[in-house]
Design a protein around this ligand. Structure first.
Ligand code: ZN
Length: 169
């Protein structure tokens, strides 16, 4: 499926940890159209919709809202062995199963760097529209999408996961 979309992925060996964290049926995204920084293991069932969002939604919405091309996407990572919202006592985050990706910023060919943190409620209506359109498009692809409107912890990134949903905020 991934190959048919022109994405290059590398299968990773299954890993499980005593803490309950795991990265199974996971891949490394080698080339999915636009470079994405800082990504580790991503579960296959998340990699497929993520590749579609990167290859289809991001370029289309960058053209429509910004008249430009996204040359790099900055992520805060995928796999992380930690509880939900990093708070002790919470259940394991989908990140602890390589089932979530956090996206923070977009670099454009004209030199602009658009961040969720500064752009979501920033002065530029085109940037606000771009980020909201990306968020909305993501809600059609992932089980759970969290952004700045979800809670303060997501003021600076979009969280995508394929856990139990749908939830789009
Ligand atoms: Zn996250």
């Amino acid at each position: 499926m991934m190959r048919a979309e022109g994405a290059q992925v590398q299968p990773l060996p299954d890993r499980t940890f005593a803490s309950g964290c795991s990265a199974t049926s996971s891949v490394k995204l080698v080339a999915i159209g636009i470079p994405v920084t800082n990504l580790g293991a991503v579960k296959c069932t998340l990699a497929a919709p993520f590749a579609r969002w990167v290859r289809q939604d991001v370029p289309q919405l960058a053209t429509r809202w910004l008249g430009g091309y996204v040359t790099k996407i900055e992520s805060f990572g995928s796999f992380a062995c930690r509880p939900i919202n990093n708070q002790a006592g919470n259940g394991l985050s989908e990140h602890a199963r390589a089932n979530a990706i956090d996206i923070a910023a977009f670099q454009l060919d004209d030199g602009r760097r658009i961040t969720v943190q500064d752009g979501w409620n920033g002065a530029d209506p085109q940037v606000r529209g771009f980020l909201r359109a990306l968020h909305k498009a993501a809600c059609a692809r992932f089980s759970v999408v969290l952004g700045p409107e979800a809670n303060a912890l997501h003021h600076d990134h979009f969280h995508f996961d394929m856990g139990s949903g749908p939830y789009c905020r």
